[in-house]
Write a protein that binds this ligand. Structure first.
Ligand code: NAD
Length: 300
């Protein structure tokens, strides 16, 4: 009965559409370019950047990595962002996480011009999703909701539990789902009993960072499980593996749909970044064209 949702296939389909839209923008004179800000040395960041570059190349989007020393000041990065905001050749800016502790991710994300905010993390983009404008949202949240859509469940009135309420994942998922008409319960580390909420839900999203937090007995038979967690564990054989927050084996037995880790939310998150890149570039094009039309009108 169960169905494993193939994130790689969903990502490939999304990237195909992005490639078509990118070709149209390029033909109209708008070659897109993403710049990834990388601070210090971090193995996870190197992997994210590699995946992003590969996806961008596949869609015809230019990709550049701008590296900063691990001990650089926030002013140095803010100055670079200001220059990129003013540079029409840069159509999207990504601030790679995790950052060294002395740097505030919020300050850096807020410095990115909202029209170049391909991560959907600028306060203006977050504000838009509260107003049900979900065209440019945080990539992981957008990817997670896209995977639920693939079940073809009617989201209107759907009972959904979101476990984890971070700014980057859990909270935006809740807003995106509310925009679709779902009835959403948000759980977190202070929730008294997760299973009371998860067991009565048609879909459960989990974004916590704790392996095996959600087990099969916490899931309503036939429900969808969207697992966002990424955890590195050493298994009984001593092998290092990446797993999610849901215990896949027990959840798979009761769930109607489940996303695997790896191969679920991860690849779709990168595809969503590319989709956001196209949305952002299209908005910049509209913005410049309307400014140009205004100037032409004033001159005539
Ligand atoms: P975070 O640390 O910012 O937030 C964790 C959330 O889990 C908080 O809301 C906290 O209240 C909640 N929590 C902690 N313990 C809990 C418990 N016992 N029961 C219920 N809730 C509990 O984490 P984050 O940045 O939101 O990331 C969460 C997970 O998602 C991590 O494993 C991270 O690696 C992964 N992640 C994946 C992607 C992706 O693209 N697939 C992207 C971002 C994050």
């Amino acid at each position: 009965m169960h169905k494993i949702i193939d994130g790689k296939a969903v990502a490939a389909e999304l990237l195909g559409t992005v490639a078509v839209d990118t070709a149209a923008l390029t033909a109209a004179g708008w070659q897109q370019k993403l710049v990834a800000i990388v601070v210090g040395d971090s193995a996870p960041v190197a992997l994210y950047v590699r995946n992003q570059r590969r996806a961008a190349n596949r869609c015809g989007i230019d990709f550049e990595e701008r590296t900063f020393a691990g001990d650089c000041s926030i002013d140095e990065i803010l100055a670079a962002i200001t220059a990129m905001n003013a540079d029409p050749r840069v159509t999207g800016i990504i601030v790679q996480r995790p950052l060294p502790q002395h740097l505030s991710i919020r300050r850096l994300q807020s410095a990115v011009h909202p029209l170049k905010d391909v991560e959907g993390m600028h306060p203006a983009s977050i504000g838009d999703i509260v107003y049900n404008d979900v065209r440019l949202g945080p990539c992981t949240a957008m990817a997670s909701v896209e995977l639920l859509r693939r079940t073809k469940l009617n989201l209107s009135g759907l009972e959904v539990t979101v476990i984890g309420h971070s700014e980057i994942v859990g909270k935006p998922i809740a807003f995106l789902l509310m925009a679709e008409g779902a009835t959403v319960t948000v759980c977190h580390h202070m929730t008294r009993d997760l299973s009371i909420h998860s067991r009565r839900s048609d879909a459960v999203f989990v974004a916590v960072g704790k392996p095996n937090l959600v087990t099969g007995d916490m899931i309503k038979p036939g429900a969808a499980v969207i697992d966002i967690g990424i955890n590195q564990i050493t298994d009984e054989k001593g092998d290092v593996r990446v797993v999610g927050d849901a215990d896949f084996d027990s959840c798979e037995k009761v769930a109607g749909w489940i996303t695997p880790v790896p191969g679920g939310v991860g690849p779709v998150t990168v595809a969503m970044l590319m989709r956001n890149a196209v949305v952002a570039a299209s908005r910049q094009k509209e913005h410049y064209e309307s400014k140009f039309a205004q100037t032409a009108q004033i001159k005539s």
